[in-house]
Design a protein around this ligand. Structure first.
Ligand code: NAD
Length: 481
């Protein structure tokens, strides 16, 4: 693969410093390419291009025409889905079936959805006292920087880029260092779709330097960030000096609660999908399984048996359902947490080690389940962001709620019960931005997603996202003759 360059003003450029970064395939440990590593000069050039586009052809387009271009970007992405899915799997390690049939189509749909909103973002007239015509204009924020993590590199970029463009902003997209390839592909597709120069710029580079510089840059109006909670806190501090608007989608330690009357087979399926989909590298992963103690033994036995059948495999094989952990560093983190679970006295009932798919290479970890976990154990409190499930028993609903809510995070929660009253009762009491009842890990572009508590603020997807990419101007006209 040739060196991939930065996209600035619809031109592909090497970094001004000439610096590059290597990209590793986590399933083979091979270097699969290099990308430019942007520095301050490149960032300044991207900001200048993005600002110029706001005042140029992009700013002058009608809302409907803008929406058409955003939808076209989604259509073109779908046409190139095979190739983009391949890149997503190569740099992330997720199964190709997930990239091809879930992530890339969902990203394309996000552009289709928000492109449809462009000409429906409107102001209002307000019945004020006095003889005035008072109305509001809903205007773009300006230059939006989208900083995204490595777990769903393209989808989480789409969640930000699509509404930002639909509302008339311009964008600088910074993918995670490990997974820049699909953001670069999105840049190519934006040009093919006909986006004018400067509207979507893609800068690859390390978060600690480039990310930080983006956060502090006075020419950027908003940061839309998904990533680690501690990084999010740093972004909030870094954005304070220039008072940038920010939205933060951060970590989670989501409880998946199984009541005694649940459909056990469905709940076991839901518990495994909840934690093992995406190798557990899912912010909303149901990483704490709360099970009623009257059914705990049978539930855990069946869950362990099901988990043992999930075998990691070559992510490029269409039959593989469980891929490689995204990086060596992340694999080591996951294995450290597994060790801490053992050391703190939890019972390992499935997995618990690095896996070999027969090649002797790759960052594979067995799907892992711990039982007899107590809420104070490290594996119950901290986000592992890997395929490790902590099963905790509870005595009654009040205890389940107390344990579920005793976390600084509040991203998602699951409830398994046949009792409709208990389900809705629990949904109200759980401190989480999304609650799934008798299902888990389902998403739709039309439904809002985001965190309570330290899982962040702001909502992605749905009409609510539009509020985070626009600002409101009140206009007063004196009508007194
Ligand atoms: P991370 O915070 O390390 O990195 C995320 C992005 O921020 C990357 O592009 C990185 O380069 C950049 N970055 C790093 N340091 C920065 C800094 N100082 N200033 C500016 N940018 C910086 O997170 P990660 O390890 O890539 O992703 C995993 C985390 O993301 C997990 O905590 C997970 O829960 C969270 N996540 C949340 C959601 C959600 O919607 N809430 C979705 C997916 C992932």
């Amino acid at each position: 693969m040739e060196e991939k360059q930065l996209l600035i003003d619809n031109e592909w450029r090497r970094a001004a410093s000439g610096a590059t970064m290597e990209i590793v395939n986590p399933a083979t440990e091979e270097i699969i390419g290099t990308v430019a590593s942007a520095g301050p000069d490149d960032l300044n050039a991207a900001v200048a291009a993005a600002r110029a586009a706001l005042d140029g052809p992009w700013g002058r387009l009608s809302a409907r025409e803008r929406g058409r271009l955003v939808r076209k970007l989604g259509e073109r992405l779908l046409e190139r889905a095979d190739e983009v899915a391949r890149l997503e799997t190569l740099h992330n390690g997720k199964p190709i079936s997930e990239s091809r049939h879930i992530e890339i189509p969902a990203a394309a749909e996000c552009f289709e959805y928000f492109g449809g909103w462009s000409d429906k973002v409107m102001g209002e007239t307000i019945p004020v006292k006095g003889n005035y015509l008072t109305y509001t204009l809903r205007e773009p924020l300006g230059v939006v920087a989208a900083i995204v993590p490595w777990n769903f590199p393209l989808l989480l970029a789409a969640w930000k880029v699509a509404p930002a463009l639909a509302c008339g902003n311009t964008v600088i997209l910074k993918p995670a260092s490990q997974t820049p390839l699909t953001a670069i592909a999105l840049g190519e597709i934006a040009i093919e779709a006909g986006l004018p120069p400067g509207v979507l710029n893609v800068l690859t580079g390390p978060g600690s330097k480039l990310g930080q510089a983006i956060v502090e840059h006075p020419g950027i109006d908003k940061i839309a960030f998904t990533g680690d909670t501690n990084t999010g806190k740093g972004i909030m501090r870094g954005a304070a000096d220039t008072l940038k608007k920010i939205t933060l989608e951060l970590g989670g330690k989501s409880p998946n609660i199984v009541l005694a009357d649940a459909d056990m087979e469905a709940a076991i399926r839901g518990a495994t999908i909840g934690i093992f989909y995406g190798k557990g590298e899912v912010c909303a992963a149901g990483s704490r399984l709360l099970v009623d103690k009257s059914i705990k033994n049978e539930f855990v036995d069946k869950l362990a048996a099901r988990t043992k059948k999930m075998v990691p495999g070559d992510p490029m094989d269409p039959k593989t359902r469980f891929g490689a952990v995204s990086s060596k560093k992340q694999m080591e983190t996951v294995l450290r947490y597994i060790e801490s679970g053992r050391a703190e006295g939890a019972t390992l009932v499935a997995g618990g080690a690095r896996a070999d798919i027969g090649t002797g290479k790759g960052y594979f970890v067995q799907p892992t389940v711990f039982a007899d976990v107590r809420p104070e154990m490290t594996i119950s409190r901290e986000e592992i962001f890997g395929p490790v499930l902590a099963a905790i028993e509870f005595g009654d609903i009040d205890e389940a709620v107390a344990v579920a809510n005793a976390s600084p995070y509040g991203l998602a929660a699951g409830i398994w019960t046949r009792d409709i009253k208990k389900a809705h009762h629990l949904a109200r009491r759980l401190q989480a931005g999304t609650v799934w009842i008798n299902t888990y890990n389902v998403y739709d572009t039309a439904a809002p997603f985001g965190g309570y508590k330290q899982s962040g603020f702001g909502r992605e997807m749905s009409a609510h996202a539009l509020e985070h990419y626009t600002q409101i101007k009140s206009v007063w006209v004196d009508l007194n003759l």
